[in-house]
Design a protein. Sequence first.
Length: 171
Amino acid sequence: MKVILENYWLLNLPVLLLVLWQDIKYRSIYWWLPVPVFLTGIAFNYHFIIEKLIPSTILLFAHLAIIYLYFFIKNKFKGAYLNEDILGLGDVLILLSFTPYFNPAEMILFIFSGMIFSMIAFLAIRVYKPKPHTVPLAGLISLFFIFFYPLAIRNNKLNEFLLEYCNFVII
């Protein structure tokens, strides 16, 4: 039972791999695929909901607001719509489904390092498949979660590192 509780996130592995495959192949995902990931995170982190879900969701929406503002300014204040060309619904839903897994500091690290990973992986994909012009963000973030989350839960000093890093960056 202890092994299941420590590795509960592996229950999401088939769903995350399906998101990766669908997003790379079809450039879209089924809207319901992030739901089991979200529900698993809530089920196994229910005692940390206030500390994890609410602040991480606020950070995610702040991040999305910055993206929206960037495209609003880039389009010369004519409006910016988060659509398939900029950021699709599947991208937003998959990012939202990861909020119960991380505290705010980990969520910041996950979003930014996940975006960097996605850009590097996208450039690698374009070497073999030059046709795509948009980043399969939902799939690549799902792949990044598979590798990032075990490191985050295994490393008890991650929060200390993040606090020191954030203080260093701010100073």
